[in-house]
Design a protein around this ligand. Structure first.
Ligand code: COA
Length: 164
């Protein structure tokens, strides 16, 4: 377990590394996302097979780190964080929280947990691409100290750890 905290109005939530045996649960979680959430996460609305294939690729790429946030009581998946290591000390990050679990701190918890885990693996440059109107995600990145570069129709968010 990476983190345990109460975010859902006092309901305990745990964050842990996703294991290969979690793939079916992760696919089911992602397939339940609303079209708007899919658009924000995948930059497209995907059919069920495409969602499954996307999650399978994310989980099986050896340089990727996947975290799951679960409701402690029953293990229900509430959110997923992806850290895709793209260089020696660099990773691209992406997050998804179940539509019905939003605005309770799960996304913030996942970002914090993912950055800690990635730093332990030597990552010190964090990047993400977000739709320019994705206020929830931009707010979370801003609170974490990310800076923004506007691109065509999207925003590139980045944070570089200070050189020790
Ligand atoms: C973006 C996303 C991950 C945010 O997840 P989330 O769990 O709602 O995020 P948080 O709850 O941590 O933060 C969102 C808001 O909740 C507030 N919040 C944080 N902790 C809270 C708590 N304990 N109780 C109530 N509200 C809280 C935050 O202040 C923030 O409010 P604001 O947007 O008004 O500033 C989620 O909306 C999502 O999955 N979107 C679709 C996919 C997506 O956009 N991915 C990004 C691709 S990089």
């Amino acid at each position: 377990m990476i983190a345990q905290t109460s975010v859902l109005d006092g309901v305990p939530v745990v964050v842990e590394n996703a294991r290969p045996g979690d793939l079916d649960q992760l696919i089911a979680f992602a397939q339940k996302l609303s079209p708007a959430s899919q658009q924000e996460r995948f930059f497209a609305v995907l059919n069920a097979d495409a969602v499954a294939s996307e999650m399978r690729n994310e989980m099986t790429e050896s340089r990727n780190l996947s975290l799951l946030a679960r409701r402690a009581r029953d293990g229900r998946v509430l959110g997923h964080a992806l850290g895709a290591v793209t260089g020696r000390d660099r990773a691209e990050v992406a997050f998804t929280v179940a539509d019905e679990a939003r605005h309770h701190g799960v996304g913030t918890l996942l970002l914090r947990s993912l950055m800690t885990e990635l730093r332990d693996r030597g990552v010190h440059h964090f990047e993400a691409v977000t739709q320019f109107d994705n206020r929830a995600m931009l707010r979370i990145f801003e609170d974490a100290g990310f800076r923004f570069s506007p691109e065509l129709g999207c925003v590139e968010a980045h944070l570089d750890d200070p050189v020790p």
